[in-house]
Ligand binder design. Structure first.
Ligand SMILES: NC(=O)c1ccc[n+]([C@@H]2O[C@H](COP(=O)([O-])OP(=O)(O)OC[C@H]3O[C@@H](n4cnc5c(N)ncnc54)[C@H](O)[C@@H]3O)[C@@H](O)[C@H]2O)c1
Length: 332
């Protein structure tokens, strides 16, 4: 049994990781300021197995105190999303860069075995080359992408200079249970599902032909757990994605067919700093970490829809069924 410090453990990715650690019998300390994370996410955990500390990663002293006695540090606390970083680059940079530096200092002081740092496909920016390989020169296109790349750089330097084992994982468009479906700033899967289940019109920014590599959260959790112990992973950066891409319009079509509803979105201008296409090359993660994505987009969306329906409860208000599915709905 090992002890894990999970910063951002009350958030979407962090809370899914904590669930997996608890299921494996590990001890966990969560450090989170609950700014976008939710008390609901931590509600079911037994305080005997998880200690939840409310704190800001910009407070290095408090983080260092919490890190004492931990074996691994998983760093997920961040201001996420391109749009939010365009609105407020200062906060994004200070939380994501200073927070990562503080996490690395705390880990070094506490003699932590390995630090996993969440990074993002946003580091690749607008280069048209697909798929994205780790050897490509990162050219971030948004303050968010820049903050993730700076975090990676500092993590690598802590490895080369102080031999603190760090592994950076560049996640590609995560989706799944516990993603905040009510937030404007959430991922497109969460925004579409929330709009559709609450009777609103989903909004597509741009022409809908932009594409993404949508990655189900349990695949990301698998990658994180593998990265904690994989030999020869220290000091490295890995893409974590499904290895497939679909357009945003294609995503809406799949959700529409799963809901058996005809979906007519509204369109708005593309958002500033949004990239056009994204796709992960995951050979390095497969070879070094043993990573294998297991959940395809259809299955991932079925699971996500089921979770969203449960969490919205009585607030689910679906639009009228497609004419072809009206008979089936009538007999449901
Ligand atoms: N969701 C995605 O599609 C995606 C894609 C690529 C990378 N990532 C990265 O994965 C990590 C987790 O993202 P997520 O999607 O779970 O986001 P999230 O917003 O659900 O989780 C972030 C957590 O960090 C906490 N937090 C924010 N600022 C903090 C601060 N100053 N001090 C302490 N805690 C703070 C929030 O309360 C939240 O619980 C982030 O580093 C993000 O950049 C996410």
């Amino acid at each position: 049994m090992a002890k894990y410090l999970v910063t951002g453990g009350a958030g979407f990715l962090g809370s899914n990781v904590v669930d997996a650690l608890l299921a494996a019998g590990e001890k966990v300390v969560v450090y989170d300021d609950l700014s976008t994370g939710s008390k609901k996410n931590v509600f079911d955990w037994n305080p005997k197995d998880v200690k939840v500390v409310e704190g800001d990663v910009r407070d290095g002293k408090s983080l260092a105190k919490v890190a004492k006695g931990c074996d691994y540090l998983l760093h997920f606390a961040a201001i996420t999303g391109v749009a939010r970083s365009v609105e407020d680059p200062e906060t994004t940079l200070s939380v994501n860069v200073d927070g990562t530096i503080n996490a690395l200092h705390a880990a070094r002081e506490a003699k932590i075995k390995r630090v996993i740092v969440a990074s993002s496909a946003a580091v690749y920016g607008e280069s048209p080359v697909l798929p994205k390989e780790e050897t490509m020169l990162p050219t971030p296109y948004s303050p968010y992408g820049a903050s993730m790349l700076m975090g990676e750089d500092v993590a690598r330097v802590f490895y080369t200079t102080y031999r603190l084992e760090t592994v950076c994982l560049r996640f590609f468009n995560l989706y799944g249970p516990r993603q905040d479906i009510t937030s404007e700033h959430s991922g497109v899967v969460a925004r579409f599902i929330h709009a559709l289940l609450t009777g609103k019109t989903p909004m597509v920014y741009g022409d809908g032909k932009q594409s993404r590599d949508f990655t189900y959260v349990s695949d990301a959790v698998d990658a994180i757990r593998l990265a904690c112990t994989a030999p020869k992973a220290e000091g490295e950066v890995f893409n974590i994605g499904s290895g497939n891409r679909i357009t945003v319009s294609g995503l809406l079509n799949i959700i529409g067919s799963l809901l058996e509803r005809e979906i007519i979105p509204s369109y708005a201008d593309p958002r500033p700093a949004d990239i056009r296409h994204s796709l992960a090359e995951t050979t390095k993660a497969q070879e070094v970490l043993g990573f294998r994505p297991r959940v395809n987009i259809q299955l991932g969306l079925v699971k996500t829809l089921a979770w969203c329906r449960r969490s919205l409860g009585k607030n689910v208000k679906l639009p009228p069924p497609r004419p072809s599915s009206a008979m089936r709905d009538a007999t449901d």
